[in-house]
Design a protein around this ligand. Structure first.
Ligand SMILES: NC(=O)c1ccc[n+]([C@@H]2O[C@H](COP(=O)([O-])OP(=O)(O)OC[C@H]3O[C@@H](n4cnc5c(N)ncnc54)[C@H](O)[C@@H]3O)[C@@H](O)[C@H]2O)c1
Ligand SMILES: [Zn+2]
Length: 355
């Protein structure tokens, strides 16, 4: 069992990480005995893990109710959100009761936002089931839904009471989703932790991950939690977590949402950032190569897909609201040390194309 304590000014909580944790959930839920819980999950995760969670909660006397939403980003919507209001009324969820998110980042972001506004806030528990949600979206207290005008435009900062990570659930996660999650883990190594980076190099391939998941997930949560602690409302220092994201988001947008997974687009962005860091900062050519090699080893394609350069450029500017004198990009001084640099987006794009 690994435990990561997150101490944010807007709420402190523990992240527990263990192989097989779901079937021991009752050990950690006794405090909720006599309360009601609405478990929100999606229709991929429900047949796999919902029964176990409901059984574990019932065992300690939690009154359980559940809602299953369709899997996929389109469910992170105002419509799905409001469809859950009558479910909460039906379940009789009051102050002191709780909402549990069982699923990936979509379920986590949606259920977290719901918990933050229902009765002006009820307790929220996260059980993230994708690698991305285990190392990224379940840490940091950001919740949101998408609107037609853009992703994550309606949301709140709301910390969970606890996060339960069972690494065994990753066995059913498609390999493509594992790779996408690895992009964010490799990002943590690049910006903050050369040791983690080296450790990932030793693991070397997705096949060898299983025995190492607990350790690398715990370290990733620690790193993200550390950034969150320094900058709970995302006003500046968290910026380093955006390595690969400005170009990544632009690629995601221009390709059309759903073509590339978020992590796949971020991998392209990280590789471009490494190339640019080599040119204008002190990152060595060897380190830039190691970054590309590590991304590739975990199944990530780092080449920029064919897409309209102009569209990519405007998406990049839009993403960061095009400040004058360029956009702030996260680059690397070396593996393990990030630096924020103001750059013209055109130059950054060139680096992405010159390979
Ligand atoms: N709040 C934050 O700080 C933050 C950070 C990063 C990303 N996000 C958000 O997270 C979302 C993406 O999250 P995601 O990548 O987890 O996507 P997701 O929630 O859509 O899950 C990906 C797919 O995997 C399936 N799945 C989940 N767990 C499974 C399991 N154990 N076995 C088999 N299938 C499983 C899901 O049903 C879905 O089809 C985006 O909406 C993004 O904006 C939020
Ligand atoms: Zn990301």
């Amino acid at each position: 069992m690994n435990k990561v304590s997150v101490k944010a000014e807007n709420g402190s909580y523990d992240i527990l990480i263990e192989n097989g944790l779901l079937s021991r959930l009752s050990d950690y839920m006794q405090a909720y005995s006599g309360r009601r819980a609405l478990v929100v999950t999606d229709d991929n995760v429900a047949p796999l893990y919902l029964d176990t969670v409901l059984r574990q909660l019932s065992q300690v006397g939690v009154g359980v109710f559940y809602s299953v939403i369709p899997a996929g980003e389109t469910s992170k919507s105002v419509e799905t959100l409001t469809s859950l209001f009558p479910e909460l009324t039906r379940a009789g969820v009051r102050r002191g009761d709780l909402i549990v998110a069982l699923g990936g980042g979509v379920v986590g972001d949606l259920a977290g936002f719901l918990a933050s506004i229902w009765l002006r806030g009820v307790d929220f528990i996260q059980i993230p089931t994708t690698l991305l949600s285990q190392v990224d979206s379940s840490v940091g207290g950001k919740t949101a839904v998408d609107i037609p005008e853009g992703k994550n435009l309606v949301g709140s900062f709301y910390q969970p009471k606890a996060v339960f990570i069972d690494t065994a659930v990753l066995r059913t996660l498609p390999l493509r989703e594992i790779s996408a999650g690895m992009a964010e883990i490799i990002k943590y190594g690049c910006i903050f932790d050369a040791q983690l980076f080296e450790y990932l190099e030793k693991i070397g391939s997705p096949d060898a991950l299983t025995d190492n998941f607990e350790r690398i997930i715990a370290r990733s949560c620690e790193i993200k939690a550390d950034y969150v602690l320094r900058d709970p409302y995302d006003r500046g220092e968290r910026m380093e977590l955006n390595l690969g994201h400005t170009l990544g988001h632009a690629v995601e947008t221009v390709m059309g949402f759903g073509v590339l997974l978020h992590g796949e687009a971020v991998a392209i962005g990280i590789s471009a950032a490494a190339r640019w860091s080599e040119r204008i900062l002190s990152l060595s050519a060897e380190d830039a190569k190691r970054i590309d090699a590590l991304l590739t080893a975990f199944g990530l394609d780092i080449s920029l897909p064919e897409c309209d350069k102009g569209a990519l450029l405007s998406a990049m500017c839009l993403d960061k609201k095009a400040e004058t004198g360029g956009i702030r990009f996260v680059l690397l001084e070396r593996i393990g040390k990030a630096r924020v640099v103001r750059l013209e987006p055109e130059e950054m794009l060139e680096a992405a194309y010159e390979r």
